[in-house]
Ligand binder design. Structure first.
Ligand code: MN
Length: 238
C-alpha cells in the first residue's frame, strides 16, 4: 500500500480511467460551453458573474494553458488529468504555468458540472447514507463544508472528495489557488469556488453567505454519479 501511495503522489494519477479525459477533452483544450444559460442559476449566481466567470476567467485559463503547452508538443492529445498528474515531467520553465492554468481549467470544468438550475434537492440513496455515516447527518456535512470554505485563507476551492486509497472514504478538503485534488491523489465529487470572482458581485465580502446559498444550485445527480465511480475505483484499489 505504501508503494502505491508514493508512486501515485510522485508521478501517477489515481484517477479512475473512466474519469480521465471523460469530459475535459485533450490538449489543445477548448473552453467548454455551459450546460445551462448564464441566467439559469439566478438568483443564487447572478448572470453577470456567470458571464465573467465562464467567458473571461475560465477562458483565460484555457488560453494560458494552450499557450504554455505550445512549447511542449508532447502534451498534444493528453487529458488534463494526465498532464496534471505528471507535472514533474514538464520543463521547469513551463511547469508552474501548466499547473496553474491547467488546474484552473480542470477546476472550472468540474465546477460547471456540479451546478444545476434544478439543484438543491439534496443527496439521495447511497450517497446520502455515506454522507450521514461519515458526517453524522446532512446538516453537519453542510456545516463542515461551509466552515472549511469560510476559514480557507485567500483564493482556492472547498471540495468533497473520495480517497481511493482508503476504501473511498469521504473527506472535505480545501486547496489553494488552482491546485487540484489530483495533486492529493483524491477524486473530486463536489466543489465550490472560493475565489472572489465567483461571488463578489452579488455577495461582496460575505463568503459565508455564498457558501450557504450554493447548496440551492448543487447538481446532486452529478455528485452521485462521481460517488459511484469513486467506489468502483476504491474496490479496485483494495
Ligand atoms: Mn473561478
Amino acid at each position: 500500500m505504501k508503494d502505491v501511495i508514493s508512486e501515485s503522489s510522485q508521478s501517477r494519477s489515481t484517477m479512475p480511467p473512466e474519469l480521465m479525459g471523460e469530459h475535459l477533452g485533450v490538449a489543445p483544450f477548448e473552453l467548454p460551453s455551459l450546460p445551462y444559460d448564464y441566467s439559469d442559476l439566478e438568483p443564487i449566481i447572478d448572470t453577470e458573474t456567470m458571464k465573467l466567470h465562464h467567458d473571461k476567467h475560465h477562458r483565460a485559463y484555457v488560453d494560458g494553458l494552450n499557450k504554455a503547452l505550445e512549447k511542449y508538443p508532447d502534451a498534444r492529445g493528453r487529458s488534463i488529468e494526465d498532464i496534471l498528474a505528471r507535472i514533474n515531467e514538464f520543463p521547469s520553465d513551463i511547469a508552474t504555468t501548466v499547473h496553474n492554468m491547467g488546474g484552473g481549467h480542470a477546476n472550472h470544468e468540474f465546477f460547471w458540472k456540479v451546478l444545476s438550475p434544478r439543484g438543491g434537492e439534496g443527496p439521495k440513496d447511497e450517497l446520502r447514507q455515506a454522507l450521514e455515516s461519515r458526517f453524522g447527518d446532512l446538516d453537519s456535512f453542510r456545516k463542515q463544508f461551509e466552515e472549511i470554505g469560510t476559514k480557507h485563507f485567500g483564493s482556492g476551492w472547498v471540495l468533497l472528495v473520495a480517497d481511493p486509497r482508503t476504501a473511498g472514504k469521504l473527506e472535505i478538503v480545501s486547496v489553494h489557488d488552482q491546485d487540484t485534488v489530483i495533486d492529493l491523489g483524491k477524486v473530486a465529487l463536489l466543489s465550490c469556488d472560493l475565489w472572489e470572482h465567483a461571488y463578489y458581485l452579488k455577495y461582496n465580502n460575505r463568503r459565508p453567505d455564498w457558501l450557504r446559498s450554493f447548496w440551492d444550485v448543487v447538481n446532486w445527480n452529478y455528485v452521485a454519479e462521481y460517488f459511484a465511480k469513486s467506489r468502483t475505483q476504491a474496490s479496485r484499489t483494495q
